[in-house]
Design a binder for this molecule. Structure first.
Ligand code: TTP
Ligand code: MG
Length: 354
């Protein structure tokens, strides 16, 4: 049998802050950007908050000023990212030991494929309980765990009971679990998709599962098919360890060797756009840009620039590649152009604020 665990820490940033300051235990705590610079709490955004603060309606992504209106007595703390990253690393390396295959999804969540270690759903439940206990003992933090036959259902299961939850969805109970959940519980279904589905009179996952798949494909393209599969509880994706990427590059061989400036600029613009899209897709930021040129005689030259700060915007990629291009003042015609971004760093995908 296939058994996947999804572990997600509870109110992660604020739980770490509370652990460091036990006096805050049981109180509303809001962690957010821009708090230290702005005593009036007018600017900045909530990164997360304790469950006590959530009772007042405060949530991630909300303006600090709004959170302040909802609960002015809450403890407002600045983001101490280095600390959360250190705690996250400890948790992840601990979790990795308990998995056949391990995949970290963000600063506070991971998938564990534990299939070879488990022979029944009861055993799977006990295994998850042991992991929860160990994290509590080692880190003093609580998490919620979903156990299921695949990744997507495991993720939905960890969200089902929170905080300190444990939800096991056995293979045979998949349909029961899914059918009455709102479609927005499917990972990746945001307000926009939810609205479109509502327009089709689809509100529950059960309705999505029995909807004509062709009509979903007409509306959403390939994604319609994927949504339908997930609604039926099917997800074949594997838990995969993500190796750290060292660089991201795109190259293009020109239709013919040329020195024509317009063609070169057009190509470099296209490459910049491609590499930028890939950077965004993988939630990376960069410090170094290189431009590679292969000449008509197949000789290769590269020029690179390393920036002072990490960067992720298209205009910087465009400006610097153009400047680097000017350094190639050979007479020979150009056969191939390439852009490489390196010195990469991962940012948190679900994080809207830094
Ligand atoms: P989440 O796991 O989404 O939230 P959480 O752990 O705070 O709460 P929950 O108990 O519901 O899991 O995100 C993990 C951390 O990522 C969170 O503690 C703070 C950060 N984060 C942001 O900085 N901005 C955001 O918009 C979100 C959603 C999270
Ligand atoms: Mg979390």
């Amino acid at each position: 049998m296939k058994v996947i665990l999804h572990v997600d820490m509870d109110s992660f940033f604020s739980a770490v802050e509370v652990r460091e300051r036990p006096m805050l235990k049981g109180l509303p705590v809001v962690v957010g950007m821009g708090i230290e610079e702005d005593k009036e709490k007018k600017r900045g955004v909530v990164s997360t908050c304790s469950y006590e603060a959530r009772k007042y309606g405060i949530h991630s992504g909300m303006a600090i000023s709004e959170a302040y209106k909802l609960c002015s007595d809450a403890n407002f703390l600045p983001v101490n990212r280095a600390l959360y990253e250190k705690v996250s690393e400890e948790i992840m390396s601990f979790l990795r030991k308990y998995a056949d295959k391990f995949e970290q999804m963000s600063i506070d969540e991971a998938f564990l494929d534990v299939s070879t270690k488990i022979r029944s759903w009861q055993e799977a439940k006990e295994y998850a309980m042991m992991i929860k206990r160990e994290i509590k003992k080692k880190e003093g933090l609580s998490c919620s765990v979903g156990v299921a036959p695949n990744k997507t259902i495991a993720k939905m299961a960890s969200d089902f009971v929170k905080p300190d939850g444990l939800t096991v969805v056995e293979e045979e109970k998949l349909t029961d679990f899914l059918s009455n959940l709102d479609v927005k519980k499917i990972p990746g279904v945001g307000a926009k998709t939810e609205r479109v589905l509502k327009g089709l009179k689809i509100e529950k996952i059960g309705q999505l599962a029995s909807y004509d798949v062709q009509k979903l494909v007409e509306k959403f393209g390939k994604r319609g098919y994927k949504l339908h599969m997930i609604a039926k509880g099917i997800d074949e994706s594997e838990v995969e360890e993500r190796g750290e990427r060292k660089s991201l590059s795109r190259e293009m061989t020109l239709e013919e060797d040329t020195r024509d400036n317009n063609t070169l600029i057009e190509t470099i613009n296209e490459l910049a756009k491609d590499v930028y899209e890939a950077l965004k897709e993988e939630s990376l930021i960069f410090r170094t840009i290189s431009v590679k040129v292969k000449l008509e005689d197949f000789s290769i030259c590269t020029k690179a620039k390393t920036l002072k700060n990490f960067c992720s915007d298209l205009s910087t990629i465009n400006n610097i590649t153009k400047k680097l291009m000017r350094c190639f003042n050979e007479d020979k015609r150009i056969r191939l152009l390439g852009i490489k971004l390196s010195n990469l760093k991962k940012i948190d995908k679900k994080q809207k604020t830094f």
